[in-house]
Design a protein around this ligand. Sequence first.
Ligand code: 3PG
Ligand code: MG
Length: 393
Amino acid sequence: MKSLLDKNLEFKGKKVIVRVDLNVPMKDGSITETSRIEKILPTLKLLVEKEAKIIILSHIGRPKGKIVTGMSLEPISKKLSQLLGKEVLFNKKKINENTVTEINKISNGSIIMLENIRFYEGEEKNDKIFSKKISSLGDIYINDAFSCSHRMHSSIEGITKHISSYCGLQFIEEINALKKITSEIRKPVTCIIGGSKISTKIKIISNLIKIFNNIIIVGGMGNAMLKNTGVNIGKSVCDGNYKDLVKEILEKSKTYNCQIYYPLDVVVSKDPNGNGKIKESYEVDNDEMILDIGPKTIASIKSIVDKSNTVLWNGPAGYFENPNFANGTKEILEIVANKRSKDKIYSVAGGGETVAVINKFNKFNSFNFVSTAGGAFLEYLEGKELPGIKALN
Ligand code: 3PG
Ligand code: MG
């Protein structure tokens, strides 16, 4: 893969478009966790040092081609500026002919961030014209957003067709670590999948069955398993209908001898900001929400992890932002840390929220490697060639 460390690359005075992942957790307009911002600092510092004109492209959330006020990157540009100790200009305006003029005006070694690239319809469609338009903003393109590289989007894939393209420092680090993991993986392998991006991850699970021995499904993903096997989950977070996919997952798991686990018991409440009550998974009332896994489920996770040599984890087990529902997620971190201190298992975690949770409970020592990528991490493990990687090869 071509990287920004290539000897012959000259950056001085060049306009360098850098795609990064600034999809950080936010609450009431404030950033609650900054790992993903910190991870891009090395690439930016290097480009500043080499006197490039740096143009940052990124996204937050899923605005689906519309301008959504709460999904502006402006507060993130301020945080980046703070962490970098350097001014980061923010360009709120729609990308047009004037954007190039404004970029041309910035001095060498300066940084300008453009507004959420997902405000444009063309981005997620990987639209050819849009890809060309954004490529015309710079001379060189760098992808330092490994965690978005499973997306066939303009700022990840389409753009590389029009401009010389390279990967950034964080991207290199992620790929090297994941390559090592996939080559050194020791069975039995247990994968714990939680979080709420059901539509992305439910399809991935179906493919992971062939390579893993155990798949434990918790959080919003666990809700999807319960709901689509006919269990009432009340008002729990779970969109979409995945009956056929879940059926396929359960049937396929028998063929490949992969054990699938989902919550036996849960912690419910009528209010996510309230207190919880432990219930069997099939006892949830219509006006209740599942907000965490229960003690039986935690005990079963412990016994599975105890018999594993590799543990991979993506996505929290519950609504950990409220301490009343953080127990399941915290226990998973404890279980992996304890097992690791006894038996030298290999453990890897990944995902925006997952990193946030590991940081919050200060548990980086539970893992050999923590990736900023969630969906991209799982798809890489699946053995897929991600669009963003293919584009740079
Ligand atoms: C992530 O948080 O995994 C990346 O930013 C990609 O976001 P997406 O799942 O909305 O494409
Ligand atoms: Mg995410």
